[in-house]
Design a protein around this ligand. Structure first.
Ligand SMILES: *Cc1c(COP(=O)(O)O)cnc(C)c1O
Length: 366
């Protein structure tokens, strides 16, 4: 028996998704940094990305990058979240390039890199409207000037991140502004900006639309590779698999029950109870999976079934026709939120679909 609940990871489909995007973007002069944070730094998933022609891997957590280093992956390792001051020593030891927005952090990276006798690469992130991380464009030249004076720091390039906090779309205007900032730095300081990282999976529509890509020569792709969707409208991308990773859970109870609860209604396990509407009797199945293992709202159930709610360890799945037999497995597609939570749950096994024994025994990092 294979464990349940489990993530079924199809490395062949992930490889296909990655290589399809690498090839498409290459025609636009854009390389891909494979983002592994939603895969908990899985060495097997990262390897599939590298085999697809990706040469640099990005993660927001230094712990995941350390795991990929341990696995001896031959890639440039990029920390895509600003380093914590408490982690600068680990960062300079294991990470080639980090994304930064605070000069104080870069000063401390410089000191740590000097101590470790290493050179640390820095990409500066620019705020272009989404209001998450980023240096305000007016402050950019001053930050670059000070950074260039710091020992053991190598200025690698500029980046921006949209569509994460506020859903701001990458478009010709904000992307052109990024290219203009690159040109301003080059003319002011007489240097060449090597990496211009235009954004994440939300940039695909812009990048493949035929719009001028300007100086942008790299995108950071996670969700598009893992789940086969663009992230502005969460539509499947033609030619990609949306089921490269699926989630399987097991039925532990199946009964015909009333749809309307009996008694006075107060809060449920996770706050407000849903409105109690009488839909007559329903076929209610309980699956052994819950909020501890995934985001129940992010599960796409098989046809003829609906997710009606979940507590920590129980998921309620109604079936239109027959109840499901106890012990039956049900497989879901996932959204990003469900994927991240399942990947990080120690209760969810990670199984290599084409070779079920090989991922399973690596709890934590699949
Ligand atoms: C998560 C993240 C990405 C990848 O985003 P996807 O939507 O998964 O492609 C890229 N850049 C940064 C800074 C991120 O935090």
């Amino acid at each position: 028996m294979i464990d349940a609940p489990r993530l079924n990871i199809d490395l062949g489909k992930l490889h296909h998704n990655a290589s399809f995007l690498v090839e498409r973007l290459a025609t636009r002069g854009i390389s891909v940094t494979g983002i592994t944070k939603a895969a908990l730094g899985s060495a097997k998933i990262a390897s599939a990305m590298l085999r697809a022609g990706i040469s640099s891997l990005g993660d927001s957590r230094v712990e995941n990058i350390e795991a990929m280093r341990q696995a001896q992956l031959a890639a440039t390792m990029v920390l895509i979240r600003s380093p914590m001051l408490s982690q600068v020593d680990r960062v300079v030891r294991h990470v080639d390039i980090s994304f930064n927005t605070e000069i104080e952090v870069i000063r401390r990276l410089s000191r740590a890199a000097k101590q470790a006798a290493r050179v640390h690469g820095v990409v500066l992130m620019i705020e272009l409207g989404d209001l998450r991380e980023g240096i305000m464009p007016d402050d950019l030249l001053g930050t670059v000037r000070e950074m260039l004076s710091l020992p053991n720091i190598c200025f690698k390039g500029l980046g921006t991140n949209l569509a994460c906090r506020s859903g701001v779309c990458p478009d010709e205007k904000n992307m052109a502004l990024l290219s203009e900032l690159v040109a301003a730095i080059e003319s002011t300081f007489g240097l060449k900006v090597e990496i211009v990282s235009g954004g994440n999976s939300a940039n695909l529509q812009w990048a493949l639309s035929g719009a001028k890509t300007g100086r942008i020569n790299d995108l950071r792709l996670g969700e598009a590779i893992l789940l086969g969707r663009e992230t502005l409208y969460r539509q499947p991308i033609d030619g990609l698999h949306t089921d490269a990773i699926t989630l399987t859970a097991e039925v532990i109870e199946a009964k015909t029950k009333p749809s309307k609860p009996t008694g006075q209604i107060a809060q449920a396990a996770f706050g407000e109870a849903p409105a109690a509407i009488d839909r007559g009797e329903v076929r209610q199945n309980i699956l052994a999976i819950g909020q501890q293992d995934t985001d129940p709202c992010g599960l796409l159930p098989p046809a003829g079934t609906q997710v009606m709610g979940a507590s920590s360890d129980h998921l309620i799945l109604e079936t239109d026709d027959e109840k499901l037999p106890v012990g039956k497995e049900v497989t879901f597609q996932l959204n990003y939120s469900a994927l991240v939570r399942s990947m990080t749950s120690p209760f969810v096994a990670k199984v290599n679909k084409s070779c079920p024994q090989t991922m399973n025994n690596e709890k934590g990092n699949p």
